[in-house]
Design a binder for this molecule. Structure first.
Ligand code: PLP
Length: 794
């Protein structure tokens, strides 16, 4: 797109203050864009985040055009132009609508409950050579994402494929006005995002609003509800009801029903648009599964490896570089990039844009792979090396180059970067704990929605983030408006600092042996006794520091650590008239906040805390001491006790005490079948021969045992794992490193994935805790460190 800012003001019905300039792209994300001088920043106010707060830093980074819905002191930005409108999101959508209406190619909109992104990507993968196609990046399918996608259209594309997703009634109306598709594709109807709809019928009607003006609609004819409704509403259009039987899919490399439906709908699009079928079908055998998420893995020699095999275009490259920057901490950043295929831009211009992007993201080293990128080597200013293809890289790369680096792998499919990923990954144990960082943010925001304005959040990151891994969680939270992190021991805090975490970190079990190192690393202790107070004060004086922050713990009934009521005068006396320490916060911990039967006791604890902390606040007026009481259950059950801050623990990781349905699961423990056996009655399985076979039985051996944290009490059918979606009970006793499952009647092959616990009802951490008569906390923190953690992010 190209517009003058003046034009944008008039398109959105607003006025321009300050300078006019040329705009080629629009962003809503406050991270520095790669082409600041031609970028319009749309400042959006969200629940947890106000885009207007970033205008200053974006201006400093060279951005000169802003669209706002709040009054800004424009005089402070003499070189910029401001478009002031009543509602930034509405203005962005008007601009997108305008841009779409000028577009002369065919706009295809995809909606449905599942499979939207896969169908979109497969349409792109099947696109015959020479046809310029645009598709919305990743899952940019929301009110803002769709607007940004449409604004990425250059205008000379033949096809624009736009994904549309909704979670609430009323939203599709606005998406339809922007996209106004010529062709609509409906993938399927499931119960995702059901919470805001009264029933499936309502959700279906809402989704179908998208096709109000479409001339052609493609849908799955074997789903009767959807097919019938489409025929009722849109009988006057060109309707293409397809099923997997509509085409010869024998060369499709996937056999599951969902993949066959997605492929059939993708082929149908080219059919209804009058393309020759042959050039489309030749690509069918090469369709690839769509990795929807970026994976962060442990690499060789202390490296972090971000593997993003999602489509490689410049828009998604910008997104994955942002992710690389956020995980890198202090590590140097390496990008391994293949030729970018099908960008629609002249190569010269494309690689200039890539080079600009690498400059703004401060990428230290580029490793370019491909015949095309090599020719543009001169565009890149950073350290660089080039290889003609992936195999050449693998033959000649030097392992010593990859020590303590953060690496992003971004390759077009044809380059087979999974081989590079395999080479740079730390040797894998097949069993992994997959941690979904997007869901963690969702959970954080759920708890945030329960807080009064201004109440801050401390995240409890002890026991390695309840088993999920300390650093990765911390580096994400640093960008999410969290005020403090708390860890159990000083060395956990040191690890965070060494990895580049700069936010305040509290150490809960600070013992006097570690005071020196805590001060060296700027870690703040919980102080719970006079002896720890005195010892810490001495350590700070020895370091020659003054006004070092401490966090006072009060014991109001938990009787674990903390000062009691009668200690308060002594604490006041010790801290008065000195400049070595100051009280940054004062807190207590609730012993039974999750249980109804302890409600009276909890209220008593809160009252005691209020009285004790009041005395401290009175003794140190003007110190702005932060008060905090609530853990996860406290936040949900005692809103009156929020004070200035809350301490969120297990809730972040997906466990609720009041509204489990509001949270998303964070951890999935997975493994794979390494061997399948057919056993006959009379045989037995495992140690002690406890797995007794009394009918012909298929067993699967899975490489996870009690040394990985799979409690041995789950043996002999007490727990079932999921194999291809079906429960498979553990047969016999769990061994140290392996266990066996009964998979009789389940369609499974060696190498198939197995879910030990995850999101499915009956298979969750909470279900496992119930079997073991313990709490989810213990299960989560018992997964051994030899189980690799893999982090996923959209
Ligand atoms: C662990 C802990 C929390 C968090 O508890 P959750 O129940 O996991 O929310 C809060 N405060 C203190 C002092 C803790 O030790």
């Amino acid at each position: 797109m190209t517009y003058r800012l003046e034009e944008i003001a008039s398109i959105t019905g607003s006025t321009l203050t300050g300078r006019d300039c040329r705009i080629e792209r629009v962003i809503t994300d406050s991270r520095n864009p790669y082409d600041p001088a031609a970028t319009l920043f749309v400042a959006i106010r969200g629940n947890n985040h106000d885009g207007h707060a970033f205008i200053r830093s974006l201006y400093a980074g060279g951005v000169r055009a802003f669209l706002t819905d709040t009054d800004i002191d424009t005089a402070a930005y003499p070189e910029a132009g401001f478009v002031r409108c009543p509602d930034s999101v509405a203005a962005l959508q008007r601009l997108a609508t305008y841009h779409r209406n000028r577009f002369r190619g065919t706009v295809v909109a995809i909606t449905g409950s599942n499979g939207k992104t896969v169908t979109k990507e497969w349409i792109a993968q099947l696109c015959p050579p020479g046809v310029k196609l645009f598709r919305s990046p990743r899952s940019y399918n929301s009110q803002i994402g769709v607007a940004l996608s449409l604004l990425m259209l250059d205008g000379d594309e033949r096809l624009a494929i736009i994904e549309a997703g909704i979670s609430e009634p009323g939203e599709m109306e606005r998406l339809e006005r922007m996209i106004r598709p010529d062709v609509g594709i409906f993938t399927n109807l499931g119960d995702a995002h059901q919470e805001h709809f009264s029933d499936l019928g309502q959700k279906l009607n809402e989704k179908l609003i998208l096709f109000r003006q479409a001339q052609t609609i493609i849908y799955n004819a074997s789903a009767p509800t959807v097919a019938q409704r489409i025929c009722e509403l849109y009988g006057d259009r060109q309707l293409a009801g397809v099923t997997p039987q509509s085409y010869d899919l024998s060369t499709l490399p996937f056999s599951d029903g969902a993949s066959r439906e997605n492929a059939a709908e993708a082929i149908a699009l080219y059919d209804v648009l009058g393309f020759d079928r042959q050039p489309v079908l030749v690509s069918l055998p090469t369709l690839q599964s769509v990795a929807m998420r970026m994976e962060l893995k442990e690499g060789i020699s202390g490296c972090k490896l971000v593997n993003d095999s999602y489509n490689s275009d410049i828009n998604s490259l910008a997104l994955s570089l942002d992710y690389l920057v956020s995980v890198a901490g202090g590590q140097p950043k390496i990008l391994i990039l293949s030729d970018i295929r099908q960008s629609g831009l002249p190569a010269e211009k494309l690689y200039e844009q890539v080079a600009a992007l690498l400059r703004t993201k401060r990428i230290d080293t580029l490793i370019g792979i491909g015949e095309e990128i090599v020719q543009h080597a001169a565009s890149f200013g950073c350290d660089k090396a080039f290889y003609r293809n992936t195999d050449e890289f693998l033959r000649s790369y030097n392992r010593t180059q990859f020590v303590n680096k953060s690496i992003l792998l971004k390759g077009s499919r044809a380059f087979g970067f999974e081989k590079i990923s395999h080479a740079l990954e730390q040797r894998t144990h097949t069993t992994v704990l997959e941690v979904n960082l997007d869901n963690m943010i969702h959970n954080l925001n759920y708890f945030r929605s329960l807080l009064d304005p201004g109440v801050r959040i401390m995240i409890m990151d002890k026991a390695s983030g309840y088993g999920t891994g300390t650093y990765e969680v911390a580096s994400m939270l640093q960008h999410q408006g969290v005020s403090f992190l708390a860890v159990a021991f000083a060395d956990e805090g040191v690890t965070l600092r060494e990895a580049g975490i700069t936010m305040p970190v509290v150490v809960l079990n600070a013992d006097s042996d570690s005071f020196e190192i805590m001060i060296d690393y700027g870690l703040e202790p919980e102080i719970y006794s006079f002896s720890s107070l005195e010892a810490f004060s001495q350590a700070v004086r020895r370091h020659g520091e003054t006004r070092y922050p401490i966090h006072l713990k009060l014991d109001t009934g938990m009787h674990r650590l903390g000062f009691t009521e009668s200690d308060i005068d002594g604490v006041v006396a010790a801290l008065r008239n000195q400049r070595t320490l100051y009280i940054r916060s004062v807190f207590t911990h609730l012993a039974g906040s999750d249980e109804e039967r302890h409600n009276d006791f909890t209220r008593e604890q809160i009252a005691r805390y209020t009285a004790m902390s009041d005395r401290l606040l009175e003794a140190f007026p003007g110190e702005h001491i932060i008060r905090h009481v609530c853990n996860t259950a406290g936040i949900e059950r005692f809103p009156e006790a929020q004070f200035d801050m809350v301490r969120l623990g297990v809730g972040l990781y997906g466990i609720s005490f009041a509204h489990q349905e509001q949270l998303l699961p964070v951890s999935t423990l997975r493994s794979r079948i390494v061997q399948i056996k057919e056993l006959q009655p009379g045989e037995t399985v495992g140690y002690g021969r406890w797995g007794i076979i009394d009918r012909p039985t298929r067993t699967a051996t899975v490489p996870i045992g009690y040394a990985d944290g799979l409690d041995r009490h789950l043996s002999r059918g007490a727990w079932s794992m999921l194999v291809n979606g079906r429960p498979a009970p553990i047969i016999g006793n769990i061994c140290m490193d392996t266990c066996m499952l009964d998979i009789t009647g389940i369609d499974a092959r060696e190498g198939d994935p197995v879910t030990i616990f995850g999101a499915e009802p009956g298979n969750t951490v909470s279900d496992m805790a119930a079997v073991l008569k313990t709490i989810p906390y213990e299960i989560m923190t018992s997964i051994s460190t030899r189980v690799k953690r893999v982090y996923t992010k959209e």
